[in-house]
Design a binder for this molecule. Sequence first.
Ligand SMILES: [Zn+2]
Ligand SMILES: [Zn+2]
Length: 413
Amino acid sequence: MKFSFLGGAGEVGRSAYLIEDEKRLLLDYGIKLHQRTEYPLPFQGFIDYSILSHAHLDHSGFIPAIYEYCSPPCIATYPTQALSTLLVKDSMKVQKLKKQKVNFSGNSFRKMLSNFIPLPYGKSFSLSDNISLTFTDAGHISGAAISTMQIGDKKVVYTGDFKLGDTWMHKGAECIDGCNILLIESTYSQKEHPDRKKLEEELYSEVTSVLERGGNALLPCFAVGRSQEIIQMLRYFDGDMKIFFDGMAQTASEIMLDYPSYIRDAKYLANCLKTAEWVISPGQRKKALSKPSVIISTAGMLEGGPALKYALGLNNESEIILTGFQVPGTNGSMLLEQHKMRVNGIVHDIKVPVEYFDLSAHASRSDLFRFVDKASPEKIFCVHGDTCREFAEELREKGYDAVAPANGESFVV
Ligand SMILES: [Zn+2]
Ligand SMILES: [Zn+2]
């Protein structure tokens, strides 16, 4: 069995892993969002199945490009299909706005849609006489899956992005009991997350202090997952706080509520969403900025979306509160490090305070080790992280056969 790493090796972004045995399976095919979008390496020949772990663009963003060359079924959960359609469509729009070339045709995008095959959690899907695939809940975003593949006599597990701890949106993932080969995300391999409950209390008190001094608390959030997590959390603490809800998170929320079994408490989420003012006009944006309020708006790394406009219009008492992973080179990371943001090629100084709360939807360092110990694999590939090498090194010290591949590398197992 051959494993080729076409992207997402030693980095967060453009995840793309090819498994070749009796069939050729492509696990994810994402993009890396930067000022310039980066793509995974091309694959040679045909793909038999495209397997999509979840909707985030670093996993789904380049799936349509597969359909320039061939027409494999794309297996994903229902919410992943709907959410990735939304996100990929939006990324095509953003790239066009940035005057970047979209590296696949509208026709390929439509071919992707017509080749989706839904696979719910816990059901085994036969890819051939000797290969089967089962998804289990990854606890990361709605529809996110850990893929377990039985390939001949080998059990191969690809974690995708996962989280073991509970959040407002999801119950934590279950560890996989025993496997032969493991591809595991490594995003936080060198970092423990702070205590979630305490962090949520701190975030709430930060937000209240901004409102009390007469500012807006701007929370740039990812459309899928984080926006919904934040609104549920804030409502738990305060039922009356004025919250504006803007950007693509609106459509993403509606999609999530279409698949209630994929989230922890759809009723509570629906109720929380009803209490917020959904922004649908520029006039409402002005209104949001005219008095103290919480503004939850896409995009999470400020690489587009209404959050950019809000960030440039905040009064001096306001604050920008980031709660998600900020890829180096994005506006979010520039804000944290230099208090600057680039909009339409112009660099702006941002005067208001910028705070970061680590409300991660990824496994922490100890979760990663716990997952590995339970899976107890013969071979481990550490992917999706800036610290894959360190993680693999530590796993080797514990006696595992672990490697942190580089993009373009292949291994026969
Ligand atoms: Zn993700
Ligand atoms: Zn990811």
